[in-house]
Design a protein around this ligand. Structure first.
Ligand SMILES: Nc1ncnc2c1ncn2[C@@H]1O[C@H](COP(=O)(O)OP(=O)(O)OP(=O)(O)O)[C@@H](O)[C@H]1O
Ligand SMILES: [Mg+2]
Length: 240
């Protein structure tokens, strides 16, 4: 699924959080929103998700205007830094949660739910944790389960907001590589928020550099490194 963001504007009171944002997220690619704290990354991601509404501008999924479509109808998987797992549910129950909420005509049978959970546990390389509880897992393992949960409903779009932000540097790096591999395997259109330029350079097909609610530059990591369009971009990518 491709995403078109057209002239999106968002203010909170007098504060302009997003100013005339336009960009296209290509089908099947991993695009990151990169920029300093407060530049509007999460706000933009929430508007794409339908968790927040823009003051003006349009959002299109595969050319269809979803600007006024509620979040439940957008077929999106989410993963956030502090999107905690349900403490009193097993790992399998956590992953199956979204599947059990699907409307009757789209809900898989219990046997198929179990198959899907097993497949996802294999995919995130934690096949033995089916009956474990979240407190028995490391932070990195929990984020992998959170990704399995986000993927359970076969989303057409995966949104990741600083998914590894709370983890230490070594685990972050491992999970980055892992995420990249999973993304290549599944080919689901994905948008990830980060303020870490190294992380963005490492995982992205495309990077959207944001500053003060505006897009500074969009390009592949190579394009940005070879041709930063402003001092801000060069500075933020540590090129100076
Ligand atoms: N609900 C809200 N009410 C008022 N101001 C808000 C609200 N949500 C966000 N803002 C403001 O909008 C700006 C952008 O916030 P946003 O969370 O999108 O930034 P961010 O780029 O994700 O930053 P970070 O890297 O710190 O997560 C910030 O100045 C923030 O204080
Ligand atoms: Mg944020």
């Amino acid at each position: 699924m491709s995403i078109d963001i057209q002239n999106v504007h968002k203010s909170f009171g007098n504060f302009v959080a997003l100013e005339d944002i336009s960009l296209t997220v290509p089908t099947g690619k991993l695009t990151t929103l990169l920029g300093p704290s407060g530049c509007g990354k999460t706000t933009l991601l929430r508007i794409i998700a339908g968790l927040e509404y823009a003051d003006s501008g349009r959002i299109l999924f595969d050319g269809v205007d979803v600007t006024d479509t509620p979040v439940q109808k957008r077929q999106i998987g989410f993963m956030f830094q502090h999107y905690a797992l349900f403490r009193h549910k097993t790992i399998a129950e956590n992953i199956a949660f979204g599947l059990k909420l699907l409307p009757k005509d789209r809900r898989p049978s219990n046997t198929d739910i179990k198959k899907r959970v097993d497949y996802l546990l294999e995919l995130v390389q934690l096949p033995t944790l089916t009956n474990a509880y979240p407190h028995q897992l490391s932070g990195g393992q929990r984020q992998r389960i959170a990704l399995a949960r986000a993927l359970a409903v076969e989303p057409k779009l995966l949104l990741l907001d600083e998914p590894f932000g709370a983890l230490d540097a070594k685990v972050r790096k491992e999970l980055r590589t892992w995420l990249k591999n999973i993304h290549h395997e599944l080919g689901v259109t994905s948008i990830m928020v980060t303020h870490d330029q190294e992380e963005a350079r490492d995982v992205s097909d495309e990077i959207v550099v944001m500053n003060h609610g505006s897009v500074e530059q969009i390009g592949t990591p190579e394009e940005l490194i070879n041709n930063p369009s402003s001092e801000f971009v060069a500075d933020f990518l540590d090129l100076v």
